[in-house]
Design a protein around this ligand. Sequence first.
Ligand SMILES: Cc1cc2nc3c(=O)[nH]c(=O)nc-3n(C[C@H](O)[C@H](O)[C@H](O)COP(=O)(O)OP(=O)(O)OC[C@H]3O[C@@H](n4cnc5c(N)ncnc54)[C@H](O)[C@@H]3O)c2cc1C
Length: 384
Amino acid sequence: MDYDLNEEQRMWQKAVHDFVAAEVRPFAREADETGEFNWKAVRKMGPLGLLGLNIPEEYGGPGIDAVSAAIAIEELGWGCGSMALAIAAHNGLGSTPIVLYGSEEQKKKWLPLISSGENKLGSLALTEPGAGSDLQGGVSTKAVKDGDEWVINGTKMWCTNASIAEYIISLVRTDPSGGSRSLSMILVPTDTPGISIGPAEKKMGLHGSPTHAVTYEDVRVPLDTLLGKEGQGLQQTLATLDGGRIGIGAISVGLAQAAFEYATNYARERYAFGGPIADLQAIQWMLAEMATNIEVARTMLYKAAWLKEQKRPYTMESAMAKMFATEMAEKVCRDAIQVHGGYGYSREYPVERLYRDARLMTIGEGTSEIQRLVIARQVLKMEF
Ligand SMILES: Cc1cc2nc3c(=O)[nH]c(=O)nc-3n(C[C@H](O)[C@H](O)[C@H](O)COP(=O)(O)OP(=O)(O)OC[C@H]3O[C@@H](n4cnc5c(N)ncnc54)[C@H](O)[C@@H]3O)c2cc1C
């Protein structure tokens, strides 16, 4: 849908692309190999607006539309999967619940702080050792009122950015009787006594994006750290994930675009049977399918973002875009390795890293199976 971008969106795309090409992409391999988080680039993202993609201008955001926000994450995905995940989680998960449900004081306190690039980032902890897809039934981290404080106990799992975050928005059970009104979101600053952030998880890919277990042991925070209304946590989570899924879809399109570009360039340069392998129809078909599927995913993604911007329902479209884009990226990265032959399997070539990074995308922020469930629920409401 490039042809549909307006002038402002095009300029934004170019600015982000140029920034990523200069400050992020050259360090992607190093981030993968060392697991170091690229703070140097993040410091420069604040002034550019990349740390406040969903934040209104009055609280420090760049005041861009949802399609432009998706474009930014896509460009980051093109440059470095790890950085894209950290920034997508910061924006889509770590700041969105405050934008949507925070009080005026909470917005003023936290949003300018986390979008400036001078401080740490935001994070959201939903998943637990025993609860991922089934948050309603599975979340066991509890928050109990004691005077003017919440006392939180429990363990969260797979929290992106926990070690580089100012706070962890934590999904907790505030009503032990269960049900869809028994969860709440509480913002817990990471320097609160009783919080322990585990070592970085050893993952298949995305090594430059820190992921941690988080333990809460009698963590005490004031009652007004609750986001929105008590008992609304599940509904707040689902709405947050609608937007977050556009972010994961955008990373996937960016990863696929990068893999496609590497594969196309390699095919032009690699010779076999007396000519470049780009002359072989088998290779051309792979490249043609990659280009087509990337285009479809990007179009779906921008449409979901556009619906979000219009404040129209977009649950189904964001689930469709996430499911298609993430599965597409895995296949494109797989085929990019195939085009590279043996070299594709080597760490010397970036397609190997892209393939490992892409693998997470069909799992995080709702697995492909859960996306199908979300889509099917909407489909079955349709009248024909
Ligand atoms: C690198 C990384 C970063 C992450 N970052 C975060 C983060 O920042 N914050 C956070 O809260 N979480 C995060 N997660 C967690 C992630 O969102 C969960 O792993 C994901 O939602 C799946 O949950 P689970 O791992 O518990 O799998 P489970 O829910 O146990 O699922 C296991 C399998 O069963 C399938 N399944 C489950 N229920 C159904 C069903 N009803 N129908 C069909 N199939 C089903 C699933 O699709 C999957 O294939 C991260 C995970 C990783 C790996």
